[in-house]
Design a protein around this ligand. Structure first.
Ligand SMILES: Nc1ncnc2c1ncn2[C@@H]1O[C@H](COP(=O)(O)OP(=O)(O)OP(=O)(O)O)[C@@H](O)[C@H]1O
Ligand SMILES: [Mg+2]
Length: 1025
């Protein structure tokens, strides 16, 4: 096995711990237990511990010495238990001799190094770079401690570090502290074996075995007696540690070590918790681990409470946790933000978004995992854990923006996930966060949760509306709703009045450039127009404000666009303004957001998407009109937008101003005074798609096996809570039974034969593939047909055919072909590609006639024609990896093209899972695995390893690559201070996050290999003897 990853100090230490901590807790006890007790423990272990057998298997290939020294733990136990076995005694003698020699060497090393402090230090440093089998602790018994206790033991053996961790203030009892600190740290360090250069895994195994033998032999009988005497006291201490951790309390900071508090201060800059946060963490429901929904206004600080609870779950309860967030960008941001906590607190942070995430997740034997997921990936994750019977590993599920339950088909997916968790894993805790909702009671009944509500806002919010040239304060309690506040002072020329009849310039120049401002607009085009219009009338002085940084920003934007720069941004950025909507690429969005956060940009003209979840507050928020697109604002949308006003720690107050026209006055009165909106189940949304796919997966996963059980399951859904409002004509039971019939007709489920249960149901092959691939039920038939037809003549000398097969069906309706462009691009295809297009149903003659504006008599399938058009976009994108030129050529916004690309990569991984379930599609597996990778990272190949790091986009990857950081290992070992110097416009916080995320990813990969290695060597428990 390649041990390259061991180069990093931090990582090498962690890996030592992984390889060692896997052993059973039984071993810990036995090492500290008097010989008699140990003997019986070994008998148990020989039968029960497969690793014991695993190592014995390795011994057949190694010499006899290694045979019985396979493991320190085993040899310790075995020393007593094998006493009657003469052959073993002979082996032991052999071991002793070798170990004695080893002892001499070790002793020499020890004593040589003892006198010099420097030498000790050096030895420690070398240890850090040693391979995975090098002992981190001289006393191997410590290996079996859970990581928190292991950390404690590390502290014990290293008092200096103990101070820095603040362990003295944890609730860990002092008793074992005083016992174990009596061993001088230097002696412990000095006993560490001297590390060697990288070795093969077999060499490492051999070496480890030899060392283990040596270690055991060093224990003299007197030492053993002493140890036996000590063991009693130590086991008492161990029990105390265990009982403490069972209660889930490891320290003074809400049951967590002070280190967590320090990290929150260092990494998030938060000194103290808000009162409501403390109160919430002290709730009985939190302590008793019942489900909880807490709701507070925007920017109330909900996230921190959730994170502290997650840390408790991972560190104290030693269970995995799941954090479900609504958008991919939020998942990436959170993975970046929490990676540093993971590194410091020794848990894994795993990203489940887009095409990232493994199903089922990799088993981690030594660490707990925090899965940060989108709604869709969260559902697939829960399904895979149910299927592999590992759902119990999840101790806590946190759902941010719980009101997403009411959000169309995505809401249905969230409801399915939560209903399955409630039904299948009674022991896990569910926590939902939300802004205030009108029917929180419904959600409480669904989740069987308590509710905590508070209307705390860190900064006071003042809401205003502007009508003509007057500003009114919003006072919902007053009859008129609005109270006159002031007249807007401005001097407009007649030209200006014409250009800006709503006085946006007057409103924004009251705050910018010193303070920040967000202008929410109804449409994307309007965002660009507003930003452009304001610049036209801004004073030239604005150009001088942070001039150099703005020039840098423009350079970066141009760089990201491979030399192309959006003309609107080119004009607005020098004034400190930008627009922000889904038409920007992710790179552009990130640059704009970062520049706004740091004050380089002072105003963003944006659509409502900016209001959801992203933490970009402003001194003043202006709502250009009470509309989103053509629809009147909803109360929740209004609240989210105005909630962005007021920057905690910077502003004493935040203001929102809604610009309204006379005609909208009454509607706006209702808007500002209406009760909060309600959140309804979406299982019946869009032809009951949610209900159908829920039933399909329940049967597929064997969660329910009969119609009665499905009906019983449904009684635990939000839909059941809202049955009378949601389906007044029919009962939920009737709807459920009808849905089962529909699934039968569609050939997705069938009556199960050969089962002892009456009326059992099972999924068909197509049904299984459909739920495994999370394929929309309305497309599963057509996908099957397309893939079957594809196999008849799959074009493999180009990506076009494969790309066509994974072009998402649901995006087809969003893009109508421009026939002239279609024709020109079609003409660029090779003859083989054109032939393939004709075979799927798009002959060149058809496209040519359409482009010439001629009528076409021959009927074609528009879904196929339009889908191939999108496939062409993706195909050229894969070939050229230049988003700008391809968007330009197809006259599409670069934001749309990027969405198309990310949807295609996600759908490609769905199709891959779909085909994996159907044997006839075996050939697709290898092809789609590679295609998913290419679609996920549609960049030059050398940037891919860097872009695997959460949140590193193409532009950043290029910068890093050019600065010499070419691999994941480069990034994981980078010094953030150097990174900041080498990469332009990279802030320290971002550099820290990149390095932490890279470290986390590297650890994750290394651990996966380690697990694979362990699994390979594991002796099957059912091996015939
Ligand atoms: N105790 C605290 N002291 C100071 N700042 C805090 C504290 N708690 C949270 N914050 C900061 O407040 C800001 C808003 O917090 P957060 O994103 O958790 O709000 P939220 O309640 O989730 O709002 P939204 O509904 O908009 O998502 C963040 O920048 C966060 O770091
Ligand atoms: Mg939030």
């Amino acid at each position: 096995m390649n041990t390259d990853v061991d180069n990093s100090c931090g990582i090498a230490v962690k890996r030592n711990a992984w390889s060692s901590k896997k052993r059973s807790r039984e071993g810990v006890r036995s090492n500290f237990t008097p010989a008699k007790k140990r003997q019986s423990a070994l008998v148990e272990k020989c039968i029960a511990n497969p690793e014991h057998s695993a190592v014995s298997q390795i011994k057949t290939e190694e010499n006899r010495v290694e045979q019985c020294c396979s493991d320190n733990e085993d040899l310790f136990d075995g020393y007593d238990s094998i006493i009657g076995d003469s052959s073993f005694l002979a082996k032991l003698e052999d071991v002793e001799q070798k170990a004695e020699q080893h002892d001499v060497v070790t002793t020499n090393v020890c004593y040589d190094s003892l006198p010099s402090k420097n030498a000790v230090k050096q030895s420690c440093e070398e240890d850090l770079t040693d391979s995975i089998f090098t002992e981190e602790f001289p006393d191997t018994s410590l290996r079996d401690f859970p990581s928190s206790q292991l950390a404690f033991q590390q502290d014990v053996s290293n008092p200096q570090r103990q101070c820095s961790l603040g362990m003295e203030s944890t609730s860990t009892p002092d008793v074992k502290h005083s016992k174990l600190t009596s061993v001088p740290a230097e002696t412990l360090n000095a006993k560490k074996p001297v590390p060697k250069a990288r070795r093969s895994m077999t060499d490492q195994l051999k070496r480890a075995m030899l060392e283990n033998a040596g270690t055991s032999n060093r224990i003299s009988k007197t030492a053993l007696q002493k140890e036996a005497a000590m063991s009693e006291e130590i086991s008492v201490a161990m029990q105390t540690i265990e009982s403490v951790s069972k209660e889930g309390d490891l320290g003074p900071f809400f049951g967590l070590p002070s280190k967590v508090k320090d990290l929150i201060m260092r990494l998030k800059g938060i000194q103290d918790l808000y009162e409501w946060q403390k109160a919430c963490l002290d709730l009985d429901s939190v302590k008793q681990r019942t489900n909880l929904i807490y709701s507070l206004p925007t920017s109330g600080g909900k996230t921190l409470v959730a994170e502290i609870l997650i840390f408790k779950e991972l560190l104290c309860k030693k269970k995995d946790a799941m954090l479900i967030l609504p958008y991919v960008a939020l998942v990436q941001e959170k993975v970046r933000g929490l990676a540093s906590f993971g590194i410091e607190l020794d848990f894994m942070v795993e990203e489940y978004a887009g095409s990232k995430g493994k199903f089922p997740p990799v088993k981690r034997r030594t660490k707990n995992s925090l899965y940060i997921t989108t709604l869709e990936k969260g559902h697939s994750l829960v399904n895979s854990l149910i299927e592999t019977k590992r759902l119990d590993n999840i101790g806590l599920v946190v759902v941010d923006e719980l009101h997403m339950l009411g959000d169309g088909s995505r809401g249905a997916i969230l409801e399915m996930t939560l209903a399955k968790l409630l039904y299948s894993n009674k022991s896990s805790q569910i926590i939902g966060m939300s802004a205030t909702l009108g029917n929180i009671g419904d959600l409480q009944r669904f989740l069987r949760a308590e509710n905590y509500t508070n209307d705390f806002r860190p900064v006071e919010l003042k809401e205003y509306v502007k009508l003509r040239d007057s500003i009114y304060e919003v006072e919902p309690k007053e009859e008129e709703c609005f109270r006159f506040s002031r007249l807007l002072a401005f001097k407009y020329s007649s030209g200006m009045q014409k250009m800006d009849p709503d006085h946006i310039i007057a409103l924004v120049t009251e705050v910018i450039p010193q303070q920040s401002c967000l202008v929410f607009c109804a449409t994307k085009k309007n965002c660009e127009n507003v930003a452009g219009m304001i610049c036209k009338y801004l004073h030239k002085d604005f150009l001088r404000h942070r001039e150099k940084e703005k020039a840098n920003l423009l350079a970066e934007l141009r760089n990201g666009g491979n030399g192309s720069l959006c003309p609107v941004l080119q004009r607005t950025v020098p004034f400190g303004l930008a627009y922000h909507h889904s038409g920007l690429t992710t790179d552009e969005r990130r640059l704009v957001e970062e520049a706004y956060s740091s004050g380089v940009l002072c105003l963003l003209a944006c659509t409502s998407t900016l209001a959801a979840g992203i933490n970009l507050p402003a001194r003043r928020v202006i709502l250009r009109s009470p509309y989103v697109g053509a629809d009147f604002l909803k109360r929740s949308q209004y609240k989210q937008m105005v909630g962005r006003a007021g920057r905690a720690g910077i502003d004493s107050v935040g203001e929102s101003i809604l610009i309204l026209q006379d005609k909208d006055k009454d509607m706006v009165k209702k808007l500002v005074s209406a009760p909060m909106e309600k959140c309804y189940s979406n299982l019946l949304h869009d032809g009951s798609k949610g209900l159908l796919s829920l039933i399909l997966s329940l049967i597929g996963l064997n969660v329910t096996r009969s119609a009665e059980q499905v009906v019983d399951f449904m009684s635990g859904t939000l839909l059941s809570v809202q049955e009378t409002q949601a389906c007044p004509q029919k009962s939920l039971k009737e709807l459920t039974l009808e849905s089962i019939e529909i699934l039968k007709q569609k050939g997705l489920i069938e009556a199960a034969l050969d089962t002892p249960f009456e009326a059992s149901l099972q999924v068909t092959r197509l049904g299984r593939a459909t739920y495994k691939g999370s394929v929309d039920l309305s497309y599963c038939d057509v996908l099957y047909k397309d893939l079957s037809k594809g196999l008849e003549g799959l074009l493999l000398n180009s990506f076009l055919h494969l790309v066509y097969l994974v072009t998402p069906y649901d995006l087809v309706s969003q893009c109508k072909p421009d026939w002239m462009i279609y024709f020109t691009q079609f003409a660029k295809l090779s003859p083989a590609e054109q032939k393939m297009a004709a075979t799927i149903g798009v002959p060149e003659s058809f496209v040519a006639r359409k482009a010439a504006g001629q009528s076409v008599r021959k009927s074609v399938d528009t879904l196929v024609v339009n889908r191939l058009y999108l496939a062409l976009v993706l195909y050229f994108l894969l070939r050229e990896t230049n988003l700008w030129s391809v968007s330009d050529r197809f006259q599409l916004t670069r934001g749309f093209v990027q969405t198309l690309l990310s949807s295609a990569s996600a759908f490609c991984s769905c199709v891959l899972h779909f085909t994996e379930e159907l044997e006839e599609f075996w050939a697709y597996k290898a092809l789609l695995t590679e295609l998913t990778r290419r679609l996920t990272y549609c960049v030059q190949a050398e940037l891919i390893p860097l872009m695997e790091v959460a949140g590193v986009m193409e532009l950043r990857a290029k910068q890093l690559y050019n600065a010499g950081y070419k691999t994941l290992a480069h990034l994981a070992n980078a010094d953030p201070n150097v990174l900041v110097k080498k990469v332009e416009n990279l802030f320290k916080k971002q550099a820290n996050q990149i390095v932490a995320s890279a470290k986390m990813l590297l650890q994750e990969k290394a651990e996966a290999l380690q697990e694979e290695f362990d699994d390979l060597l594991m002796l099957p428990v059912d091996l015939p003897s």
